[in-house]
Design a protein around this ligand. Sequence first.
Ligand SMILES: [Zn+2]
Length: 366
Amino acid sequence: MTDQKQISWAELGRDYLSHARGIFLVAGTGSFSASGAKAKFSAVCGDIPAVRFSDFTENPQLSEISAGVRLFEKSGCDVIVAIGGGSSIDIAKSVHILAGHATGEHAAILRGEKDLEPAVAGRAFIAVPTTFGTGSESTQFAAVYIGDAKYSLSHPCGLPGAYVLDPALALSAPPVIRASTAIDALCQAIESYWAKDGSKESRAYAAKAIPLLRDNIEAYVSSDDLDVAANMAEAANLSGRAINVSKTTAPHALSYGITKRYGVAHGQAVALTLPAFFTLNADRGDADTKARMREIFDLLGVKDGAAAKVWFTGLLAATGLKARLLEIASVSVDDAEELAAQVNLERLGNHPVTLTSNDLIAALLA
Ligand SMILES: [Zn+2]
C-alpha cells in the first residue's frame, strides 16, 4: 500500500508551496503552457522562487538527468514539482532519487553496481500529469537511457508524495498522443493482471482500470468531454498503481527497442505486440494463468483470446493507431532477432509463460 495523497491545485499551493524555500519545477517546453498547467501553477506558487528544468528529451539520457541533479543541488530548493507527461515525471523522480550522489556514480547506480542512498528528508515531491497513460505519478520507477540501453531507476522515494489529477490538462493533447498514452494505460493494466509478480492488491487496481479504459478510450481520443477525461485520469492512475506492484511483462520489454530503433511512441510500441500474448498466454499458461486470462477476457467483455485480439485490433484502428510493426517500418527477420535479443530478462521472468526468442520474433512480426 502506498500513502500517496491526491490533492487539488489549491492544496498544492497551501500545503506544499507556501512554506517552500524554493520550488524546483520539472516541466517540458511545449505542453506546460499549452495544457493550461502553467497558468494554474503560477496562480498557486505565489512569490516562492522557482527554478525550472526543461532541458531533456522524451526518452531521457542519463547525461540530461545528471545535469538536472546538479541544477537541483545548486538551487537549494526543497520542493520538487513535476508537471507534464511520463518523461517529465520520470525525470523529476530520477533527480529526486539521485540528488546527493556524485555525478560519477550515477551510471553505476543505474546498472545496479552501486547502492542508492537517497537523501530526501525534508523534501517534498509532487507530480501533476498532463497526459493520462503511464500513471507515472503512482509508480516508483523511472525510465533512463544510456545510449540505446534502457534502465529502470527504482526506489520507494521515487513515488511522489502527492499528485494533482486535473482532467482538463489532457485536452490540449492531439488525438494521436491521447491514443498512444491511453493504450499504454490499457496495456499496463492487462500486463499487470497476468504478471507473475502481481498480487491481490495489484490485480484489484488492474480490474478497476481495465473496464474504465475499455469504456472510455475511444471517446477520450475523439472528444473533449471532461467526464471522460476524468475517467481516463483515474484509470491511468490505477494502472500505474497496479504496475508499481507487479511490474510489466513481455510487451513492455519488447517496446523499448521498438521505440528507440523506429521512433515509435511508447504506448503505440507496446500495443504492437500485446495482442499476440492473449492467445499465447491462454494456450500455454499453467492453470492459474489460464484462469487469469479468462478473468481478463471477462473484464474486456470478450469470450476468448482470439476475440480479445479482434477487439484490441479494432480499438487501435478506431483510435488511429497501427496494429502491426510491419505497417510502421520494414522489419526483417534479422531486425526482429536483434530486437528480441535486446530484451530485458528481468521483465521476461515476470511474464506468466516461458518465452523463447522465436515467440518474441513472432510477436514482433505478427
Ligand atoms: Zn507503459
